[in-house]
Design a protein around this ligand. Structure first.
Ligand SMILES: N[C@@H](CCC(=O)N[C@@H](CS)C(=O)NCC(=O)O)C(=O)O
Length: 206
């Protein structure tokens, strides 16, 4: 079935939009990326606020539909695909996939996001003194089991490439930007992901 072009709204710098970009590429969907700069007010225009009143990106438009929330978008792109599945089908494998993904969403990403707001996004968010250090402390504690998962097999859940690998690639490289170092086995895991034909160069570490 012919599928029409997806329009992905993303920041000009690395962000959660790259998770969606990578997923679009894995499924070989036609897409166009429109980069908007929040520091120039480009996410506060009437047109953009009509797409997402929360001013956040990524936003994905397709035909007359508007999609927000990066991980939900990734799963939607999987669900509409006829020929390739990046979410497991067998219940225990689905559980394992969700277990790692949800751990990232609840125990890793919130601390990364607070650390980001309390450092590079200081101009947009205000946090009390010591917030950055507190978030990094908690992150270092919580991320240790991610190292075990990434070191245990070829991929992070069930030994098969899934959307969870795209998600954790983003989290691990984001954590590295805040000087959270990983082992050489984790570097090998990341390298394995970078070698995928659909890997977007936008996600290479700076
Ligand atoms: N939970 C949302 C978070 C979206 C989000 O916070 N995106 C950031 C860029 S990575 C953003 O647009 N921030 C603008 C802001 O915080 O005002 C998702 O995963 O899509």
């Amino acid at each position: 079935m012919e599928i029409s072009e997806f329009i992905l709204y993303a920041y000009p710098f690395r962000s959660r939009a790259e998770r969606v970009l990578w997923t679009l590429r894995e499924f070989d969907y036609p897409y166009k990326v429109i980069r908007l700069d929040p520091f120039k007010g480009e996410t506060r225009t009437e047109d953009f606020l009509n797409l997402n009143p929360s001013r956040k990106m990524p936003v994905l438009c397709h035909d007359n539909d508007v999609f927000t929330e990066s991980s939900a978008i990734m799963e939607y792109l999987n669900d509409i695909s006829e020929n390739q599945k990046l979410i497991p089908l067998e219940p225990k494998e689905i559980f394992n996939y969700r277990r790692v993904f949800h751990y990232g969403l609840t125990e890793i990403e919130p601390y990364l996001w607070i650390a980001e707001q309390a450092s590079r996004l200081k101009a947009l968010y205000s946090w009390p003194e010591g917030t950055y250090e507190g978030a990094i402390f908690r992150l270092k504690e919580n991320i240790s089991c991610v190292w075990q998962w990434a070191e245990a097999g070829e991929y992070i859940a069930n030994g098969k490439f899934t959307l969870a690998d795209i998600y954790f690639y983003h989290l691990i490289t984001w954590a590295k930007q805040h000087n959270i170092e990983h082992s050489s086995s984790v570097s090998e895991y990341l390298k394995r992901l970078q070698e995928r034909p659909a890997f977007p160069v936008e996600m290479l570490p700076n």
